[in-house]
Design a binder for this molecule. Structure first.
Ligand code: SAM
Length: 172
């Protein structure tokens, strides 16, 4: 079980990036996202994707982040350009325990570094929470996440040209 915690969400500025954090988490094998600031529009967007494409991915917003990190039962990992390397981290992080992956938006409060079990860098250059999350999940699952079957109403058929989508409601 992997949960992603997005901290520093500003509804007026970060809707699109936080939505992408949620969609990447969902598509690449996490089970849920928790966002610190309340934002119903993000919850609605992800619920709409679940309805069409399947799965039971969950999003909660308006969750105080520090309390959530402290209460989490499992391994807490903060993705940051200053952390230990991703390569080392995937070898050292226990595989069986639930995982909380913390990503920021602007500068994260300094105490995050001390609240977690591992600070992990996806390369040591500044880039994006969306990219860091995608790469972490891909290394963690070793590519298996891309073959996950979501059992949704809409099913995309991989196609070299054009768009093939099966809609199970239209077949009935
Ligand atoms: N200047 C900000 C700072 O000092 O934290 C950078 C924020 S960055 C736009 C937003 C988030 O992306 C960070 O909080 C972190 O979670 C993630 N991130 C950015 N670069 C990363 C890297 N190289 N490795 C891991 N995570 C990274």
């Amino acid at each position: 079980m992997i949960e992603v915690l997005r901290i520093g969400h500003r509804p007026a500025r970060d809707k699109r990036v936080t939505t992408h954090v949620c969609l990447v988490a969902r598509a690449f094998g996490a089970g849920s996202v928790v966002v610190d600031t309340a934002d119903r529009s993000i919850e609605r967007t992800v619920e709409g994707v679940n309805r069409r494409f399947g799965g039971d991915f969950r999003v909660r917003t308006g969750v105080p982040w520090a309390r959530h990190v402290r209460a989490f039962q499992g391994t807490k990992v903060h993705l940051t350009m200053y952390g230990m390397t991703l390569e080392d981290a995937v070898l050292r992080i226990p595989k069986a325990a639930p995982l909380l992956l913390v990503v920021g938006s602007t500068k994260v409060p300094a105490r995050v570094y001390g609240l977690v079990d591992f600070n992990v860098s996806v390369g040591n250059q500044p880039h994006s929470e969306v990219a860091a999350l995608a790469l972490f999940l891909d290394r963690w699952f070793m590519g298996r996440e891309l073959r996950k079957d979501f059992g949704g109403r809409l099913r995309v058929v991989p196609s070299a040209r054009g768009k093939r989508v099966l809609d199970s409601e239209e077949e009935e």
